[in-house]
Each structure stands twice: as C-alpha cells, then as structure tokens.
Design a protein around this ligand. Structure first.
Ligand code: EPZ
Length: 426
C-alpha cells in the first residue's frame, strides 16, 4: 500500500507554483462536449479527477492530444452518443457535469450516478430542478440517471440552496437551449465564473457569473477555443496553511489574490503575515498562532474546502476556536485522525470546538477524503516526529505533484509502500 511519510518540524521556505483549478477544470472538460470545434485548454492540472474525465471524453469518441504537461487539445466532434456508463464516473462527483453537457448537446442524456467525497448525503435534486425547468424529465434506474426532452427551452430557475454543481449543470444545459435562462440564487465561486468565461470564449452568451443571478441567452453553435484555466484557490490555500503551520516563509506564484481573500483574512486574524502582489502571495509566520472562529459558507465566504486545513492550524493555536461547517452535513470525519496526532477537538454535529495544544505528534493516519488528506499533510509537516498517511489516492485526486512541491519547500516528505521500500523521494 502506498503511503505518504512526513518527518515533521521543517520550516517551509521558498516558492511554489500553483496549478490550474481542479473544480474549474472538471466543469470545463465536460463543457467541451458542447463545442463544434477543437478546444485547447491551458493550465490544466495533472491530477486524477481531471485525467479520469479526459479519459471518459476519449472513450466517448473525443480526440485528445496532450501538448505538454498542462495543455490539452480536445476535439469533441466525434462524440455522437448521449450515453455514458464508465467505471470512472462512479469515482467522482464532477462526472455529474456530463449530464448537463450531454443534455445541452443532444437534448437527452443517460449517465451513471456520480461518486465523490463522502460528506454525508449529496443530493442532486437542484440539478434535476434546473434540467426540468429547461424541459427535461428525469428518471433513475439501474444506477443510471436518464434525462429526456423534446428540445430544451430557456426558463427561470430558482435554486433552493446555493449549489455549485446545480449552477454549473444548469449553465451547461442552458447555453444551447432556445431562448433565455435565468438562474437565481446561483453559486458565485471562481470556478463558476471560469466556466462562464470558457463558454463565452466559445461564443456563448452567459452574463452575471460571479453574482447570484446568471442570465444565459441560448446560442445555436459553439466554436472551438483556446482557454487558460484559473489557478486553484484551494491548492493555494493549502500551501498558505502549510506555511503558517510550519512557521515558514513561502511565496505562492500563479495565484489570483482576490480569490484568496477569505483565507488571507483568517490567516491574518491568526497572526500570520500575508503580503499580496499581482499574481503571487507571500505567507510568513513566526511564533504561536492566535485562536479564531471560522464558519464555512458559499463564496465569497470562507470555503468549506479549506475547513480541514484551517482546523489543523487552530489545533495548535493559542486558546479555544470554534469551527462551524455551513455547507456540508458531515465534514468532520477527519477529526478522529487529527486526534490521533494529539489534537484536542470535540465535534457536535456541524460544530467543532478546538482547544489548541502545544504541538501535534506524528502518527499513522488516513486521508478520509481529498481535503482531509491535505489537512493530514499540513498536520504532519507541523508535527513532532513521523506521520504516515494512508489512502493517498484521495489526495492525488486534487493536488498536482504534492510530494514534490512540498519537498521543494524543504519538507521531509516522501512516498513509500507498506513494505517501506522508498519509491519516490522528491
Ligand atoms: C462543489 O461540490 C465542489 N466540487 C466541492 O469541492 C465543494 O465542497 C462544494 O462545491 C461546495 O463549495 C466540485 O466543484 C467538483 P454543492 P458540489 O452542490 O457542487 C446541497 C473539493 O474538495 N445540495 O455546492 O457537489 C449539498 O448537499 C470538493 O474540491 C442540495 O441540497 O457542492 C450541500 O449541502 C469536494 N441539492 C450544498 O448544497 C443539490 O442538488 C452545496 O453543495 C445539490 C447540492
């Protein structure tokens, strides 16, 4: 079994380049299905979720050419079926975007039910609501979701909850629908805006992305395009947290500082020095972190995908902090792992009360999901002694070259198999 092994205590220093945003890439790749031409996508992160999606498109008939590590050319013109039932779909939540994209292209779709991180119930009722307003009926049988319509027509979609997935799926279905679609109570995440920019670069007419009302005028054709994906907000936040946890001095290159504002504000509240430049950010920390309270919310609130990493920082901060999860029902599974490292945390439903301890101590732990795994790395880097992280697949789903990047910042981190053969020392 593969494990990440960290000997903690090294102060991180130097600079690291942030990759393209996973959650933008996993929306943009299915959106390519809608195009009538070749799409060249730059700044694509080389991570498992993205590669699985690219493979699915390839299996569906798209021609895929890798130009270099972060650039792909995808020609979707040979995709001629609205049916997608591949093993990879059941591994990842983002595969549900195939529903919106195939529906938008063929006015019908049949896609295997998506998988993804386990944060409790992950309904798609709001996605189906969007499709239904546009004229698509749905049914579920044999693990497949089926959507049928007699041609999509624009409509007024009011989302009952702010959902990134439902906003994106409705956008995908609406860009080529006849007439105007309005999405109210839309998600405002940077990746929603990036998808809108990508669609517009193909000739779509999407306005208002980044606000809670998105207006889409359907168009008949979408052209091929060249598009550069935004930097990953959460990868950046994770390296910021790691710099703070190790009392380091790290410069992150290729970031959009505006996307990091809520994370920057919390780190500053904790006594971390954050300097913002045009497309980079420097994070320096000395001495003990201050306690603070954090509540996760849809953008521009503090991102739920940074909740585990910030909780690690608070577990070694002065005093008692309260972390409230405002998006998911069950996103504290990793706390049991953190407790193995000596953290003092009690969880009641969606609230974690964290009493800062002097230091975490290395231990064998599991990556219970993607960001939980990232948090275990941050914890391991700051801990005394050795941390062994299992189930590293979760981490590879969303972090490009994570071991190499941390090692380049001075971390003592490597990958081993359980027989302790070192397979990679970056
Ligand atoms: C996206 O998931 C992200 N995934 C998640 O990031 C992120 O945690 C989440 O948004 C919130 O920011 C991708 O972009 C691929 P939602 P998504 O629909 O779209 C409820 C990571 O670590 N809801 O915004 O699945 C839902 O239960 C991942 O990178 C409904 O009730 O999240 C949740 O409480 C993990 N009905 C809330 O809305 C629906 O139909 C927000 O979910 C849909 C959602």
């Amino acid at each position: 079994m593969k494990k990440i092994v960290i000997n903690g205590g090294n102060r991180l220093h130097g600079s690291v380049c942030i990759s393209g945003a996973k959650n933008a890439a996993v929306a943009i790749i299915p959106a390519i299905i809608l195009s009538d031409g070749v799409c060249r996508i730059e700044n694509i992160p080389n991570i498992m979720d993205v590669n699985l999606l690219v493979n699915i498109l390839h299996q569906m008939g798209a021609a895929v050419r890798r130009i270099d590590k972060s650039t792909l050319e995808i020609d979707p013109r040979r995709i001629n079926s609205s049916f997608a039932n591949y093993d990879a779909i059941r591994k990842m939540r983002a595969s549900c975007y195939l529903l919106g994209a195939l529906l938008g292209k063929f006015s019908e779709a049949e896609v295997a039910l998506p998988g993804g991180c386990d944060f409790g119930v992950r309904p798609i009722d709001q996605h189906l609501k969007g499709f239904s307003v546009l004229g698509a009926e749905n049914s579920v049988s044999g693990g497949m979701i089926k959507l049928k319509s007699n041609g999509l027509k624009g409509g007024h979609v009011y989302l009952d909850v702010v959902s990134v997935g439902a906003t994106i799926n409705t956008m995908l279905a609406a860009v080529k629908a006849e007439g105007k679609t309005i999405i109210e109570n839309a998600a405002r995440e940077p990746h929603v805006v990036d998808l809108a920019n990508f669609l517009n670069s193909m000739g779509a007419d999407v306005r208002g992305a980044g606000t809670d009302v998105i207006k889409i005028n359907g168009v008949k054709h979408l052209n091929g395009t060249t598009y550069t994906i935004i930097p990953d907000q959460i990868e950046a936040g994770t390296y910021m947290a790691a710099a703070a946890a190790t009392q380091g001095d790290v410069t992150l290159k290729n970031v959009i500082t505006k996307h990091l504002e809520s994370i920057t504000a919390k780190l500053r509240e904790m006594g971390v020095q954050v300097e913002e430049y045009d497309d980079c950010i420097r994070v320096c920390s000395e001495g003990r972190l201050h306690r603070c309270n954090v509540k996760t919310m849809p953008h521009p609130g503090f991102p739920t995908d940074m909740q585990p990493q910030i909780a690690v920082l608070l577990s070694v901060a002065d005093g008692t902090s309260i972390v409230t999860e405002g998006v998911w029902d069950n996103r504290f599974k990793y706390i049991d792992e953190l407790k193995r490292m000596g953290a003092d945390v009690s969880v009641d439903g969606k609230v974690a009360v964290i009493q800062g301890v002097d230091t975490l101590k290395g231990a064998p732990v599991k990556a219970t999901d993607l960001r939980a795994g990232a948090a275990m790395i941050v914890a391991g880097l700051s801990a005394q002694g050795t941390t062994y992280i299992e189930d590293t697949d979760h981490i590879e789903r969303g972090y490009e070259d994570v071991v190499e990047k941390f090692a380049s910042l001075g971390a003592d981190i490597r990958v081993v198999y359980t027989d302790d053969t070192v397979v990679q020392r970056a």
